[in-house]
Ligand binder design. Structure first.
Ligand code: SUG
Length: 420
């Protein structure tokens, strides 16, 4: 039996989590700008989600928060935490690496011509606060997936081609450990909002990962979806094994996409949620597609790990309960509370990066066990700030406390070689 399984690596929510309203086109981020955030509670919500998924029998990993405020980035702009203009200071403090779905794009080994799992770190260049994540992320990918016999790690796609990683990438396959097809979703225009994923970046990633033309599909995200607040494709569609679960208005040319999928993978099952059951606005507000669609062990079918906001929306929950009661592949609905992240536009699926790999080939420091999550929780409880308002970011004591909190976490998890 193949040892390849899907491992979900969650970004541990960092001690600088705050609501500075940095992401234009992300409605939650803009509408919560200036609110007080609760980093300790946020991180505990993320840890509870990991515990929940471990409890379902799924493989779980994590990444460390990055070193914030990013003083080196501010220095490269000729300023410091004390002197920076508020928008640059806030960008240096952002805990945005928690959204690991934007860390990299992954092509599992069965899809690649050389039989290795390929990872390209995302440049995230469209948003200033995210553009300085990739060096810290790359350092962790190089540690976690250091086994060169199994993994090939690529540098970011160069400017000016925006790349947002796995949030704009979906894989369909008969089973995680068998060859599949990869759908790269790019934006051309998003009305008033930026299209963050550029087709040139998507094509470059597919080439570098060694995906033949038979394995890659490029599809344009619907302009109306971006304009309605779906700044990443994973806000309106999610795939797992042979199932694509999508809103009717996710893609610019949906029928052409569905046809291309069926031509390459006849067993694909496409579940299309009609706008007259769930409007685009309700989909974006409830984040039902930002669920983790996972295959449960023991042939128990698939489950959706949903944000609890999906349960609170009558139209959405009505649709989902009908879906799970039907005879389809999705059998179970599991709402989880990640409200602190949701208020910045990050649901359960944003918080994780999926890597299909044999866990034995991954640096074990990045793999979760209940005991390790207990140790991480203890550090968070002791060291993470209880509350942060963006007004406080100029307080040097806050910066120091954030640095010490992360150091304590690195020490508990055995990372001596990461920065600071
Ligand atoms: O890039 N929010 C993130 C949310 C990312 C969600 N990820 C996925 N859909 N996969 C973003 O817009 C808010 C930060 C702030 O406003 O302070 C932010 O960056």
């Amino acid at each position: 039996m193949s040892a390849l399984v899907e491992i979900n690596f969650d970004g541990i929510i960092g001690p600088s989590h705050n609501y500075a309203g940095l992401s234009i086109g992300n409605i939650a981020s803009s509408s919560n700008a200036g609110e007080t955030a609760y980093p300790r509670e946020a991180a505990m919500q993320g840890i509870a989600k990991m515990r929940h998924n471990l409890g379902l029998g799924l493989a779980q990993g994590f990444f460390m928060p990055l070193d914030r405020p990013n003083e080196a980035w501010l220095a490269s702009l000729g300023t410091t935490v004390t002197d920076a203009e508020p928008h640059l200071r806030a960008a240096a403090f952002s805990a945005s690496s928690m959204w690991a779905a934007n860390a990299a794009t992954i092509s599992p080994a069965p899809d690649a011509s050389d039989g290795k799992c390929h990872l390209t770190v995302a440049n995230l260049q469209t948003m200033p606060h995210r553009s300085h994540e990739w060096p810290g992320t790359l350092a962790q990918l190089k540690l976690a997936f250091a086994d060169r016999g199994h993994f090939s790690i690529h540098a970011p796609i160069p400017s000016p081609f925006g790349d947002e990683g796995a949030a704009n990438h979906m894989r369909l396959c008969p089973g995680h450990d068998t060859p599949g097809i990869e759908i790269f979703v790019y934006g051309k225009s998003g009305g008033p909002f930026p299209a963050r994923q550029h087709i040139e970046a998507s094509k470059a990633v597919a080439r570098k990962h060694g995906l033949g033309a038979d394995r890659a599909i490029f599809a344009q995200q619907a302009e109306i979806a971006i304009a309605a607040g779906a700044f990443h494709n994973d806000v309106v569609a999610v795939a797992n094994e042979r199932v694509l679960f999508t809103h009717e208005q996710a893609f610019e040319q949906p029928d052409a996409l569905y046809e291309a999928i069926r031509a390459k993978l006849p067993e694909a099952e496409i579940i299309i949620v009609p706008a007259d059951r769930v409007s685009l606005a309700d989909a974006i507000k409830s984040y039902l597609f930002n669920a983790q669609l996972v295959t449960l062990p023991d042939a128990a079918g698939m489950a959706l790990i949903l944000p609890s906001e999906a349960r609170e929306n009558e139209a959405v929950w009505g649709y989902l309960t009908d879906l799970a009661a039907g005879n389809g592949p999705i059998r179970r609905l599991c709402p989880v509370d990640v409200r602190q992240s949701m208020a910045n536009g990050g649901g359960p699926a944003c918080l994780r990066l999926r890597v299909v790999a044999d866990p034995a080939t991954v640096d074990p420091r990045f793999l979760a066990t209940p005991a390790k999550l207990d140790a991480i929780s203890a550090v968070v409880t002791e060291q993470w700030p209880k509350a942060i308002n963006p007004d406080q970011l100029s307080d040097p004591q806050l910066g120091d406390a954030i640095g010490r909190a992360r150091e304590a976490l690195l020490a508990v998890c055995g990372f001596t070689e990461l920065d600071r």
